[in-house]
Design a protein around this ligand. Structure first.
Ligand code: C5P
Length: 238
């Protein structure tokens, strides 16, 4: 019997008959302010699943270890169960979002080198910033895992910046999460969709990510569908 293990802001995780595999269901939902505002959008779950599947398959082809096994349906995928590291790894290539507000800077300036920020995953604490020594002190992970996660995140940044540029988009910033398989292998987990990255049109800088919902700029499903179409074309052209 499948059991609902976790119901999050945009996804659910279900157990499967195989103890090593989980079923992820993408919901037609978008939230902001750590879940304090929640809206329903028809088709959004499918669009996020489509994009995340493409991105994970692309990263796997390029040698990145991930939890992804296969897409099951429009809104579902099968993933390897892993012990999640309770940290969010945020990489920034262009000034935007909280980096702009925290330092009083204009959005849109490219950073000389990517900025790397780690946050402790805790809804009750509003995901506080945690540097390497914080992460180790609170036992979120070991120093070795912290370094290995960032090494993988850097590889993903290089690969994805290029992929999105080929698809006519700037990868402004993004959040990754990692987990450990039972054999100790560190893998990229969670998802990669416009819910957890900022994408701007390469020519117009138009937002093509969750900011269209956060800032009420455009329909979220239509925007995500456009991201998917562009990515699919860029990957096909290769
Ligand atoms: O809000 P902020 O500017 O710190 O976000 C940086 C990047 O990390 C954005 O792409 C945002 O969507 C993503 N992020 C996320 N989940 C969080 C915090 C940030 O996906 N809890």
């Amino acid at each position: 019997m499948e059991k609902l293990l976790y119901s999050g802001k945009a996804k659910q995780m279900w157990s499967t008959d195989d103890p090593e595999l989980l079923r992820v269901v993408y919901l037609d939902q978008a939230t902001m302010l750590n879940g304090k505002r929640k809206d329903h959008f028809a088709g959004k779950g499918t669009a996020a699943n489509d994009i995340s599947t493409l991105v994970f398959q692309y990263l796997i082809k390029k040698g990145i270890p991930t939890h992804f096994v296969k897409r099951l349906s429009d809104t579902e995928e099968l993933v390897k169960k892993c012990d999640m590291i309770r940290l969010e790894f945020v990489t920034r290539n262009i000034i935007a979002g909280h980096f702009a507000s925290r330092f009083g800077l204009e959005e849109g300036t490219p950073l000389d080198q990517p900025v790397e920020e780690t946050f402790y995953k805790s809804d009750e604490l509003d995901d506080p910033f945690a540097n390497e020594s914080d992460a180790i002190a609170i036992k979120a992970c070991t120093a070795d895992d912290y370094q290995k996660c960032w090494a993988l995140a850097r590889q993903c940044n290089v690969l994805l910046t290029k992929l999105f540029a080929n698809a006519g988009m700037k990868l402004v910033d993004f959040k990754l999460e990692f987990g450990k398989l039972p054999d100790g292998t560190l893998v990229l987990a969670d998802e990669f969709s416009p819910d957890n990255c900022r994408l701007w049109d390469i020519k117009t800088n138009a937002h093509m990510d969750k900011d269209v919902f956060r800032k009420n700029l455009a329909d979220i499903t239509t925007t995500y569908d456009e991201v998917y179409d562009r990515l699919k074309k860029a990957i096909a052209e290769g």
